[in-house]
Design a protein around this ligand. Sequence first.
Ligand code: FMN
Length: 217
Amino acid sequence: MLPVSSRTMVGTANASVHGRCMEMLHMRVKLLQDTASAVMYITDYGRAAGEAYFSLLSPVRTAAIQFYQFITGRRTKMSKVAVVYWSGTGNTEAMANSVADGARAAGADVKVFTSAEFGPADIAGFDGIAFGCPAMGAEVLEESEFQPLWDDVKIKLSGKKVGLFGSYGWGSGEWMDSWAEDAKMSNVSLAADPVIANNEPDDEAKSACEALGAALV
Ligand SMILES: Cc1cc2nc3c(=O)[nH]c(=O)nc-3n(C[C@H](O)[C@H](O)[C@H](O)COP(=O)(O)O)c2cc1C
């Protein structure tokens, strides 16, 4: 049996070991808690940083694309097409509507004018222009309104995509041959062959008109 003083010392030693163990345990628990809160902090920080990055990225990316388009000129610009026609009984008007449908389906911004509504000053606003007039007189264009308009505009169509169309009755299209020849002599470049329809346009003629409209885009 140990003397009292030694027993006291052993008891004191045991207490001190126990205290140190508890202290280390507390330290480990605290370390774990600190690590966990550090991980949570980093995760939150990461998420916030990610959100900030993406919210910044979107406008920066948009601005970069716009700058690229500006520099390269690759901006997607909507083509503008005018359809200008004269029609006495509606056949050429029906063709004009099909030409407009075709241009619209090809992505153009389209405006339809009667020949009384259009003039040389309007040309600048369009990339492509379709002109429609039926065979009148003796294989000629309508003389009081359409022919004067054509004479005014044909010398101002440089750089434009141009199309010609119209309806006829008993002839075989001579008026259109003369008209296309006049366009050529006036340096008008036709984007597609002229389209003619016998009287009211049938489905085939309407499809040809739509293709003419698409060629102007
Ligand atoms: C005064 C007049 C003259 C015409 N001259 C011709 C002609 O020379 N050749 C022809 O094929 N058709 C001629 N036609 C028939 C028209 O071209 C045909 O009816 C056409 O479909 C009319 O088109 P719109 O409905 O757009 O007016 C003439 C019609 C009229 C009223």
